[in-house]
Design a protein. Structure first.
Length: 736
């Protein structure tokens, strides 16, 4: 098994210390394997030549005593790597979660609420009006005495309102040893007051706060919109007691297994299934579909969805933070704190240019002796516009996507989506509906009829959870067949299943399974080719050592899947690859129907991640689209993993970077198009911010631009690019 670059780093094992018969090995992955440490220890002890094993999870070290005549330290390291690699998916996932939590904690410490910023805007605005009224003109020289310049009303107001700016600027100098944007603004504010331009200091603060407010408001609106959309909303629910009485209890008192009654107009407060009644339910909060759906006894319902009509009893399977809606809220909350590379570049670019601003101010003052020109070098900078507009565009895109049923785990995936040119799609549940049905029944000889073939197949598949088994059982039920008794079935992974029925061994499964059992298939080759050419999955049924028939099972293509593939090409995806466990002919038929560029047939679940890693090794950035448990490794290792549709599993959703809750293939190209639009806006903002502010610096250094208008130019540009980024909040992904 191969792994991506990030995984290799986490799974890497290095020798820290080695003496005769003893070696200390460091592996970062051990920090995430608390529950598996005993399994790792035992696996190592079972290796011939290893005497003792001690693992310290805190330091992520293994201390191994071994027989030098049997093993070398390099062989031991290989054994450790091989054993730990079995837990690669868990390690990779836990490491990403840890990094995400650190980013969230850091961001929460630095964030201010829009309300606090708005208060400062109002105060600085009132002070500015007062200053204009008093002086009658802007930027007029203040009192000659330095102390009086700091004690007039405008200066006191400026210093009071710039508290957060001064604090953050000072912390950056002390903690990081370098100035940041707030350090630059602090210097400009103090310099304005020192030179008797307290009104200019107020202008700097007012316009800077307006830009900060727009950013904070956009991000706050993002969070509130998602929470409003997904919030359970009910503080109390009607719990059903054992005697059938409905008791109103706080939602916090609900436990798994409790039954609740939900009436028309109420929100469902748990994930569970209906045990009584039927209802029309608005599931838009979870699926993004605004058309209500009918749900009846036995069907699943989700927290946060609304009963439009009817009354139902729901048995709780998940409560509180474990519900689907709670997980979605958490996912999107954390997503806004994951930085894209371009966002990190914007921050780094901004930080580096702050030093340039200080140097420009010094050079301009030394050459012109003009405090006005030097002050403009401090007021006009690139950092605010570049940094704030980038963060706003990415956050607004995540929020807008979530509102439309596309959950993106981090802004880094928006950036990666914009560069990917290869899409790998699993067939079942992604390209097809995931609801297979038996369409062909073919006996291999005259001694057996269609009814008997279905009865034998249904008997063997009766306890199986495989989708094809469901198709066989549904056909048997539809024809009202009597399923014969059978012994316990034996499942052979990725091959088939067998059981004893009426005293004979019946095997049901794939061509590979039949070949393993030495079953002769020559009599049905022509029929198999014809069935496979129609795109049907072929299931073989053998009795003893003889083939008795085949079933053709059709899983219809999802609506719009061909249109989705066409749109992928229109937006620059060059290579579209289909993965399927079907035989060559069937795979080719499906690939032709959706116009895929390539396909991989008869692929086993564990081979899917190998396909992704092979493409990556050739230098192709890859999107993997899947929905099932067996897609999870491939989703995790792809540059961007997308879990899609109503049939997606929780495991797929956890492993993926993006989850599409709607069963609409058109959202795949729409999401990629959204990412490209977001990146285009960010680059556009870079051009505007750098171009306008460069012009301002040139004009300021030449003495053409007064300090007041320098502040207006710089901050108006910042406001403009932030507003430009905020357009992504209103992006319609499903618009043609």
């Amino acid at each position: 098994m191969q792994y991506g670059t990030e995984s290799k780093h986490i799974l890497a094992c290095t020798i820290r210390h080695n003496i005769e018969g003893r070696v200390r090995i460091h592996c970062k992955a051990l920090a995430y394997l608390d529950q598996e440490l005993s399994e790792v220890t035992q696996a190592l002890k079972n290796i011939n030549g290893i005497n003792t094993v001690a693992i310290t999870a805190l330091t992520t070290n293994l201390l191994i005593n071994y027989d030098e005549k049997t093993l070398t330290i390099y062989e031991i390291t290989d054994h450790v790597s091989s054993i730990i690699s079995k837990f690669a998916i868990k390690v990779y996932k836990e490491d990403r979660l840890r990094k995400n939590r650190e980013q969230v904690s850091e961001r929460n410490l630095n964030e201010e609420s829009p309300q606090d910023i708005l208060k400062r805007i109002i105060i600085s605005g009132v002070a500015l009006i007062f200053s204009w009224f008093k002086k009658g003109k802007t930027g007029a020289p203040g009192p000659e005495n330095l102390l009086s310049r700091f004690t007039n009303i405008q200066s006191i107001t400026s210093l009071s309102l710039s508290g957060p700016i001064l604090k953050n600027g000072l912390i950056s100098l002390i903690k990081d040893g370098r100035p940041n944007a707030d350090t630059l603004s602090s210097t400009a504010i103090i310099a304005s007051i020192v030179t008797g331009r307290a009104t200019s200091a107020l202008i700097i603060i007012l316009l800077a706060e307006i830009a900060e407010f727009l950013t904070a408001y956009s991000m706050d609106r993002t969070r509130k919109a998602i929470k409003t959309l997904l919030e359970v909303g009910e503080d109390y629910v009607w719990r059903l007691t054992e005697d059938g009485t409905q008791v109103r209890v706080p939602i916090e008192e609900l436990n798994v297994g409790d039954s609740i009654v939900v009436h028309t107009g109420e929100k469902i407060s748990v994930d569970g299934h209906i045990t009584e009644g039927s209802a029309v339910i608005d599931q838009s909060a979870i699926t993004g579909e605004y058309m209500p759906v009918k749900r009846k006894k036995g069907e699943a319902v989700f927290s946060g969805t609304v009963l439009r009509s009817g009354t139902i009893t729901v048995q709780a399977e998940r409560c509180g933070d474990e519900t689907a809606v709670a997980r979605i809220i958490k996912l999107v909350e954390e997503a806004s704190h994951r930085k894209a590379t371009i966002q990190a570049f914007a921050d780094k670019f901004s930080a580096q240019f702050i030093i340039v601003n200080f140097l420009l101010a010094l050079i301009v003052y030394m050459t012109t002796r003009s405090s006005t020109r030097a002050l403009n070098m401090l007021i006009i900078d690139y950092s605010c516009g570049v940094r704030l507009s980038t963060a706003t565009a990415l956050t607004a895109s995540i929020a807008s996507s979530a509102r439309q049923g596309v959950l993106i785990k981090g802004s880094n995936y928006i950036e990666q989506l914009a560069t990917v040119d290869t899409v790998v799609m699993d067939k079942t549940g992604t390209v097809t509906e995931g609801k297979p049905a038996v369409t062909t029944v073919y006996p291999s000889h005259s001694a057996i009829d269609n009814k008997q073939i279905l009865e034998l197949a249904a008997a063997v598949e009766e306890t199986s959870s495989h989708p094809l088994a469901h198709a066989i059982l549904n056909r048997a039920k539809k024809e009202r067949l009597s399923i014969p008794p059978h012994d316990k079935a034996e499942t052979i992974m990725a091959r088939g299943i067998k059981a004893v029925v009426r005293g004979q061994t019946i095997a049901v499964g794939s061509k590979r399974f039949m070949e393993d059992l030495k079953i002769d298939l020559h009599n049905v080759l022509t029929t198999v080719n014809r069935v496979a050419a129609r795109g049907e999955s072929v299931v073989y049924i053998a009795r003893g050592s003889e083939l008795v028939g085949i079933l053709g099972i059709q899983d219809n293509l999802k609506d719009n899947v061909k249109k989705s593939v066409n749109r992928l090409r229109q937006i620059g995806i060059d290579d579209i690859i289909l993965l399927t466990g079907d035989v060559e002919q069937q795979a080719e038929a499906i690939a032709d129907k959706i116009t895929a560029d390539r396909y991989h047939a008869e692929i086993l679940p564990e081979d899917k991640s190998e396909v992704v890693l092979q493409l990556q090794s050739l230098g192709y950035p890859v999107i993997m689209v899947g929905d099932g448990i067996n897609d999870a490794p491939a989703l995790a290792y792809a540059d961007v993993g997308i879990a899609m549709g109503s049939t997606r599993t929780d495991v797929a959703m956890e492993a993926a970077d993006i989850t599409i809750t709607k069963d609409n293939p058109l959202l795949i190209p729409a999401t990629i198009k959204m990412s490209k639009k977001t990146m285009a806006i960010i680059k556009q903002n870079f051009g505007i911010a750098i171009g306008v502010n460069t012009l301002g610096l040139i004009m300021g250094s030449m003495g053409i631009l007064p300090v007041f208008w320098g502040a207006v130019l710089h901050n108006t540009t910042t406001i403009a690019v932030v507003a430009n980024s905020a357009r992504m909040f209103f992006n319609d992904m499903e618009k043609k």
